[in-house]
Structures are given as structure tokens and as C-alpha cells.
Design a protein around this ligand. Structure first.
Ligand SMILES: [Zn+2]
Length: 129
């Protein structure tokens, strides 16, 4: 994990959904990076993100590739209201929910753990479900 990803996960573990915002041109950087891909400024601040967006695309895995992700397993690309595209899993209880193009989505936090320890992960689910 690079230092910028570490900062993202430190916020996530406090249930704060934040992204880097360029201090020079205000563009949001996702994934987190050393410099802005628009103006190359190294300066940034971690700003709160609303946790609202809509479905851009998704895929349902019917085969298990990793023990942590048993089939069915859905990965969804959510276009955030602020612009960046956030790719994540669906919460387990929503794995069989039928998604649709542009469906409104909202952030949920899920506690989990792996061989590195406990963590809190930001996921997205359909609004109102
Ligand atoms: Zn910039």
C-alpha cells in the first residue's frame, strides 16, 4: 500500500469517505496519487465526499477467484456526484439485487477483516433498499 492509499484507509477506518482534492486546480484525485493529473501540483487536501452517486457499470462474477469473494460476487462502478468513478463490491445482502444503468447509489460502511487485520470498507448500495 502506498502512502496515499494509507491515508485513504485511515479515514475509512473512521468511517470518513474522503478523497484528495488538488490545492491548485481543485480537481479531485482518485485514486489517490502523488501529483494532480490535471496540473501536476503535488499539493492536496483530503476533502469529504457525499457518498452519493449512480451506477455507471457493473459485473457479476459467477465463479469464485478468491476465497474472500465467494460467488455470486458483484463489482460495481459508481460515478460519484462529485465526479470520480469509485469501483467497489456490493454489500453481501445486496449481491442479488438487480442493478440498472444510472440507478442512484449511496455509501454504506462494512466492517471486515483479512490477514492484515480489521478494517472498515466503503461500499455502495442502491438508494432506499
Ligand atoms: Zn491540479
Amino acid at each position: 500500500m502506498d502512502p496515499f492509499a494509507t491515508e485513504f484507509w485511515d479515514y475509512a477506518n473512521q468511517r470518513e469517505f474522503r478523497m484528495q482534492q488538488c490545492d491548485e486546480c481543485q480537481k479531485l484525485r482518485w485514486p489517490a496519487a502523488a501529483v494532480c493529473d490535471h496540473c501536476l501540483s503535488p499539493d492536496y487536501s483530503w476533502v469529504p465526499i457525499s457518498g452519493k452517486g449512480h451506477v455507471l457499470s457493473w459485473i457479476v462474477f459467477h465463479r469464485q477467484y478468491f476465497p474472500e469473494y465467494p460467488a455470486l460476487h458483484t463489482a460495481v462502478a459508481v460515478e460519484l456526484d462529485e465526479g470520480p468513478i469509485f469501483v467497489c463490491c456490493m454489500p453481501k445482502e445486496f449481491e442479488e439485487t438487480e442493478l440498472a444503468d444510472a440507478m442512484p447509489m449511496e455509501l454504506v460502511w462494512e466492517e471486515s477483516h483479512d490477514r492484515h487485520g480489521d478494517y472498515v470498507i466503503p461500499l455502495f448500495k442502491p438508494v432506499g433498499m
